[in-house]
Each structure stands twice: as structure tokens, then as C-alpha cells.
Design a protein around this ligand. Structure first.
Ligand SMILES: Cc1cc2nc3c(=O)[nH]c(=O)nc-3n(C[C@H](O)[C@H](O)[C@H](O)COP(=O)(O)OP(=O)(O)OC[C@H]3O[C@@H](n4cnc5c(N)ncnc54)[C@H](O)[C@@H]3O)c2cc1C
Length: 435
């Protein structure tokens, strides 16, 4: 079905008018010749990488069929609009799990490839693209390319993390990993101060597959306190079901007229979260609780009101990480800017497969803020700090970063141009080329 409709991103206020193409099957896919177009998955990117206002979005929502699954090796072939949630629902009970999962399952395979998404196990497993064996890419000129490390390798490298700009991924083969159950053994430990984070994180990465810290950046020593959550797939407790069912989902039914995220609600939430966590404990948790607590509340982004939210996620290279993050935290404290969903973790020193992949060795900090003029000016300061440390912003989350920072952080952007589909465009690409 073709239609014109307003489309939002996960963070930006919008909505923005788009012409929508919604093919019901791969046979129905006709790439537009009269307008620029962009693949669009479930729209879970916060900024403008999945938007093409005034032009066409090719929605992959109905391109969501399984093609094959080899239960001996875990090799899954599917259409690129298949959400990770369906893969986990269908294949976790058979003992298989995606090798890398982001903080929401409401993400399509195509979207996960195009942003080369990362999880809490980058130090052990790399990013999503590391587990993609092959995909097919349909381009505006009518060509269909099979891409893998050995077939059309430059298009493979350009499309992983390629922000949808190389064409439409139609089908993909993913290597899933076996798991014993739907449970995680989680080592929980509270900490105060950045030095404590670095010490705990080093231990957690040496011992555990997954490691992430939730932080409250307006409190404690260094203005920081947090909870380290290090995890591994585990056997269930005696008597517990091997595969606990996905919990029911509540939802935020409407967008309130103003943001419910205020300095007061932030302090109350962060304090409650910190004090609810045990000082130190080992727990068994269903995968749902460890990986995707936010998925329990559909449309949670509505609590930020009609103006939406800005997400800031950067990575700072190891050499500049400690000084850089101290400066970022200082700027946040000076502005009195806290975040509900602040996360600190490290990426391992694994070479990325994608020309434009975000995840690279270093320390990554992710924060959410209400989108206000004051926060936008704070973002300019955070940007400058990331640039000085030689870091990068994550395009999947970015709505306010500067083209200059993007170009310095993604030096292969020039080489990437050779593989772009000339029919494809996005608001993000226009913004980065505006300089
Ligand atoms: C609550 C929440 C938590 C998150 N946690 C994480 C996290 O831990 N780690 C992380 O890395 N990300 C995280 N994200 C971001 C999210 O994983 C990415 O933005 C992801 O790419 C969204 O997938 P999507 O299917 O919604 O794609 P969209 O947002 O619709 O599109 C994303 C990009 O993919 C392109 N694209 C989509 N489908 C195709 C296709 N078939 N072929 C070619 N290109 C395509 C689009 O053009 C666009 O450039 C999170 C997002 C949310 C809302």
C-alpha cells in the first residue's frame, strides 16, 4: 500500500510527512524512480537516520518472513523486516539466541545491520554485523547483490553500519548462538565514583560475557554513583521453567502536554533505582529483565511530552576516555542535567566490520534528556568535548551532532560514497552534508 503519512523518530518531536511504500512481500518491492527513498524498519532510531521528510520511506514491516533455520548450526535466514522480538520469541525456546542484542527487541534485522548495533557484550562478541553471514542488497538501478565477506565484500562492509544508504537489505543470514535457558546469572554491585566504575568494569569484563553500568551522574563522589550489572547465560534455578515467558507489556497511553521528566522526577527515580539495587548480590534473572526492561513499557518515549527527547551517546577512545568522561560529567553537573537512562560501558578492541560502524575500542556513555533549547546548547559543549577526546557520536541516537565531528569520527565517509545508492537519501545524510 502507498500512502502519505506523518512519521516520527523515537526521539524527535515531529511528526514529519513522508510518502510511505509498504510492500506486502519481497515480490511487491518496487524501488521509486521518481523520488528519493530510504529503508525504514521499526523507527527505533532516536534521531534522523530513519527519516526522509517530504520524500519516500520504504517500510519493511511486512517483509518479515523466515526463510530457513538450521537447528544444528543456528544459521537463520530471514527477511530483513523481521523484528528481533519474533526471533527471540520463536527460537529462544529452542535454545538459540541472537549473538548481540540491543536494549530493545523492537528492532528489525535490517535496522540492526544498518546501524551495526551493539549490546552489553561488545568486549566478548563484537557488534551485530560480526554475526551476519550474508545478505542480499536491492539497489535503485535494479541490481540485486549477494554480499558476504567473500561476495561483494566492499558492499558488505559499506552496508553494515551503512545507515540504509547503500540500498535495501532484503534477506539476511544470521549466526545465532546456543543458550542453555532463558535465564541470566547477574552479578549486581553498587559503586560510587568513576574510579570504582573502572575497577569494577575491568573485573566484570574479565569474568563475564555481558557488562554494563547504570549511572546517576548527579550524585556521589565525582558526581557519580551507579550499579554494575555483569551477566552470563545460565541454567535456571531448580523448579523454574527453562524458558520463562515474555512478560506482559503496559503502555503510556498518550503524550502528556509537557515532559514528565523534570529535575524532581529524575532525582526521585535515580535515588529509588540506586537504593533498590542490592549493595552486592548474585541473582538469576529472566533474559527479559536483564536485557530489555524498557520493553515492558510500550511508548515510554511519550513521557518526554510533545517536544520529545534527545539522546546523547558517544564513544571515547581508551587514551582519552577517563579525562573525557570526567569532563562530560563535569559539564552535565554544571548544567544540572541528569538523565533517567544513563549507561556507561566499554567496547572491546575488535576491528569493526562496517566502514561506518560506531562501536570501537573505548568507553561509551549514553544519556537521555528532554529536547529543550537549553539542552541543545549543552549538547554543543558535549560535542566539543567528544571531539577533543577523539571520540564519536552514535548516528542511531544522534539528532544534534555537528557535521565536523561526524567527518572526523567517521574518516571512511569519503570511501563510503562509492557504495551509496544514488536513489537513497536521509535527513541524517543531508544534515551531515550541509556543511
Ligand atoms: C529503548 C531503545 C534501546 C536501544 N538500545 C540500543 C543498544 O543497546 N544498542 C544499539 O546499538 N542501539 C540501541 N538502540 C537503537 C536501535 O537499536 C537502532 O536504532 C536500530 O537500528 C533500530 O532498528 P529499526 O528496525 O527500528 O530501524 P529504523 O530505526 O527504522 O532504521 C534505522 C536505520 O536502518 C536503516 N534500515 C532499516 N531497515 C533496513 C533495510 N532492510 N535495509 C537497509 N537499511 C535499513 C534505515 O534506513 C535507518 O538508517 C535502542 C533504541 C531504543 C528505542
Amino acid at each position: 500500500m502507498n500512502a502519505t503519512a506523518p512519521v516520527r523518530s523515537w526521539g524527535l518531536p515531529g511528526p514529519f510527512p513522508h510518502r510511505l511504500l509498504q510492500p506486502a512481500s519481497l515480490d511487491e518491492v518496487r524501488l521509486p524512480v521518481d523520488d528519493s527513498w530510504l529503508p525504514h524498519g521499526l523507527g527505533r532510531s532516536y534521531g534522523d537516520v530513519a527519516l526522509n521528510p517530504g520524500h519516500t520511506l520504504l517500510c519493511t514491516r511486512w517483509l518479515d518472513r523466515y526463510v530457513s533455520f538450521d537447528a544444528a548450526t543456528g544459521l537463520l535466514e530471514c527477511e530483513a523486516g523481521l523484528p528481533l522480538e519474533r526471533i527471540v520469541d520463536d527460537l529462544l525456546p529452542r535454545g538459540w539466541f541472537p549473538a548481540v542484542v540491543p536494549g530493545t527487541l523492537q528492532v528489525t534485522v535490517g535496522g540492526a545491520i544498518a546501524n551495526d548495533v551493539h549490546g552489553k557484550n561488545h568486549h566478548a562478541m563484537g557488534s551485530f554485523g560480526d554475526h551476519v553471514a550474508r545478505f542480499t542488497l536491492q539497489r535503485s538501478d535494479g541490481s540485486v547483490l549477494a554480499c558476504s565477506p567473500t561476495e561483494n565484500p566492499p558492499w558488505f562492509a559499506a552496508t553494515i553500519g551503512g545507515l540504509g544508504l547503500t540500498g535495501l537489505v532484503t534477506r539476511a543470514q544470521l549466526r545465532l548462538r546456543p543458550v542453555a535457558s532463558g535465564w541470566m546469572r547477574v552479578a549486581v554491585q553498587r559503586f560510587r565514583g568513576l574510579d570504582a566504575f573502572f575497577a569494577l568494569n575491568a573485573q566484570a569484563e574479565a569474568k563475564h560475557e555481558y557488562a554494563v553500568a547504570w549511572i546517576d551522574c548527579l550524585s556521589g563522589a565525582d558526581g557519580l554513583r551507579g550499579v554494575m550489572l555483569a551477566g552470563d547465560h545460565a541454567e535456571p534455578a531448580p523448579g523454574a521453567p527453562r524458558f520463562p515467558p515474555r512478560p506482559r507489556r503496559a503502555s503510556v497511553p498518550f503524550t502528556p502536554p509537557m515532559s514528565l521528566v523534570t529535575p524532581w522526577s529524575l532525582r526521585a527515580f535515580n535515588s529509588a533505582y540506586f537504593h533498590r539495587a542490592p549493595e552486592r548480590a548474585e541473582l538469576l534473572q529472566p533474559v527479559w529483565d536483564y536485557f530489555w526492561p524498557l520493553d515492558r513499557l510500550a511508548d515510554w518515549n511519550r513521557i518526554y511530552g510533545p517536544r520529545g527527547l534527545l539522546q546523547f551517546q558517544c564513544v571515547l577512545p581508551p587514551a582519552g576516555a577517563e579525562a573525557g568522561v570526567r569532563e562530560l560529567l563535569r559539564l552535565l553537573r554544571a548544567a544540572g542535567a541528569g538523565s533517567f537512562l544513563a549507561v556507561l560501558k566499554t567496547f572491546g578492541a575488535r576491528p569493526a566490520r562496517g566502514l561506518l560502524s560506531f562501536a570501537r575500542a573505548g568507553l561509551t556513555l549514553a544519556l537521555d534528556f528532554p529536547d529543550t533549547p537549553r539542552m541543545r546548547s549543552l549538547f554543543a559543549q558535549l560535542d566539543a568535548c567528544v571531539a577533543a577526546a577523539g571520540g564519536a557520536l552514535y548516528p542511531a541516537k544522534d539528532a544534534a551532532g555537528s557535521p565536523a565531528l561526524f567527518r572526523s569520527a567517521y574518516p571512511r565517509w569519503g570511501e563510503f560514497q562509492r557504495y551509496r545508492d544514488p536513489g537513497v537519501a536521509s535527513a541524517f545524510a543531508r544534515r551531515m552534508e550541509a556543511a
